[in-house]
Design a protein around this ligand. Structure first.
Ligand code: ADP
Ligand code: 3PG
Ligand code: MG
Length: 413
């Protein structure tokens, strides 16, 4: 990996025979029937886990899954334990809680198995970065070290990514290190033009990042529910489309920054919005109707970008030097509304000169299935969505910042 990482890693400390608490991101996309749709995030955790096993560590894994409101079996990590055990080829013991006596007893008694604890977000204290909760996790796990390997969640300041390091010294795992290196390398002096595609549904999480991208990118292509929110701001009737309310001020500031950079007359050629969309009256519909954005009906949902938009976006991608993509540009889980995302994937794959970084749980799920070659058509498929965007935008990541400094005295800050 070359140069030393700015934080201590699992290779900098003596972990032999230690108990380690490992924060992974097993927030995997699930199918309607609860099956795991894509196990990239589980596979990506294997190098660290194999290294820890080689050091004879007792491994206690913690993760979130989805955004449950309290305990909700639909978001249980139990199915992940089964898949992890198959992939790691090692027993995985699942505990249906992440704090308390049951966890403590299991950790004390178990040997010859990796332990996976239940979804951290069954407790609201997790997202509140609650210090007592972090201490309870640390105590229950009896860990000597905390290993941060959930790259996709390091942009969150939560109990298991931040406050936990007050109670257990934290070091970085191999995935965090590899993702950090790949993404920062791509952004350091990117080959121009740099084209960013931003789509998906986590609008309020990601919209602020667009602002950060205005100076770095040469063109920004907007799709998905993010595009719906921009189109609604522009005054288009979006019918029953998914639109995130309360974003007008942020969008206004985005346009002001774009105008400062490229001038008013060029702003729509810098920040591209769909000019046509594929609509239906239900996400389950198998019929795809394409309409100009000015003709969306009151009962229509915009579920993908339209053909004219696909042509404009793929033309921009064809001459890009660097491409970053987060968030599908449509309902990519359904074949009817995955056309836009598939055509963008193809355009990226065809541009052999561009360095491409594609990220996000759902985006990675889509491109890996589209590619069928484990992402060989892309330079880097990141496990992180919001996290990779934040890193590209140059933001500090609380889940990494809280780890032990590589050159300091090991002081947690
Ligand atoms: P990622 O997981 O890659 O970071 P997000 O979680 O932000 O991306 O968004 C992915 C979700 O966005 C997918 O479930 C996809 O179906 C949804 N989505 C994309 N476009 C639309 C749209 N037009 N309307 C509703 N949902 C959409
Ligand atoms: C992700 O999928 O981006 C991460 O797992 C973080 O999930 P969150 O956006 O619900 O915090
Ligand atoms: Mg997602």
């Amino acid at each position: 990996m070359g140069k030393r990482f700015f934080k201590q890693t699992i290779h900098d400390v003596d972990l032999r025979h230690k108990t380690v608490l490992v924060r992974v991101d097993y927030n995997v996309p699930l199918l309607e029937n609860g099956e795991i749709s894509d196990d990239l995030r589980i596979r990506a955790s294997l190098p660290t886990l194999k290294y820890l096993l080689s050091q004879h560590c007792k491994i206690v894994l913690i993760s979130h899954l989805g955004r449950p409101q309290g305990r909700d079996e639909k978001y249980s990590l139990a199915p992940v334990a089964v898949r992890l055990s198959e992939l790691l080829d090692y027993p995985v013991k699942f505990v249906d809680d992440c704090v308390g006596d049951k966890v403590r007893q299991t950790v004390r008694r178990s040997s010859g198995a990796v332990i996976l604890l239940e979804n951290l977000r069954f407790y609201p204290e997790e997202e509140a970065d609650d210090t007592q909760f972090a201490r309870s996790i640390a105590r229950a796990s009896q860990a000597d070290y905390f290993v941060q390997d959930g790259f996709a969640v390091v942009h969150r300041k939560h109990a298991s990514t931040h406050e936990i390091t007050m109670y257990v010294p934290g070091v970085a795992g191999d995935l965090v290190r590899a993702e950090y290196d790949a993404i920062t390398r791509a952004m350091l002096s990117p080959k121009r033009p740099l084209v960013a595609i931003i789509g998906g549904a986590k609008v309020s999480d990601k919209i602020g990042m667009i602002h950060e991208f205005i100076n770095k990118a040469d063109q920004i292509l907007i799709g998905g529910a993010m595009a719906n929110t921009f189109l609604e701001y522009k005054g288009y009737n979006m019918g029953k489309s998914r639109v995130e309310p309360g974003q007008h001020d942020v969008i206004r500031q985005i346009y002001q920054a774009v105008e400062r950079k490229v001038g008013r007359e060029r702003s729509d050629a810098f920040l591209l919005l769909p000019t046509d969309v594929a609509v239906a009256e239900s996400p389950d519909s198998q019929e795809r109707r394409e309409v100009n954005v000015a003709n969306i009906g009151v009962n229509d949902m915009a579920l993908d970008i339209g053909m004219q938009t696909i042509e404009r976006y793929t033309a921009a991608l064809a001459h890009a030097g660097t491409i970053v993509w987060n968030g599908p540009v449509g309902l990519a889980e359904t074949s009817t509304f995955a056309i836009g995302s598939a055509r963008l994937s193809l355009a990226i794959a065809q541009n052999k000169h561009a360095l491409s970084v594609v990220g996000g749980g759902d985006t990675a799920d889509f491109v890996l299935k589209w590619d069928g070659h484990d992402g060989a058509a892309f330079s880097h498929v990141s496990t992180g969505g919001g996290a990779s965007l934040a890193l590209m935008a140059g933001k500090k990541l609380p889940g990494i910042e809280s780890l032990l400094d590589a050159y300091g005295l090991g002081v947690v800050h």
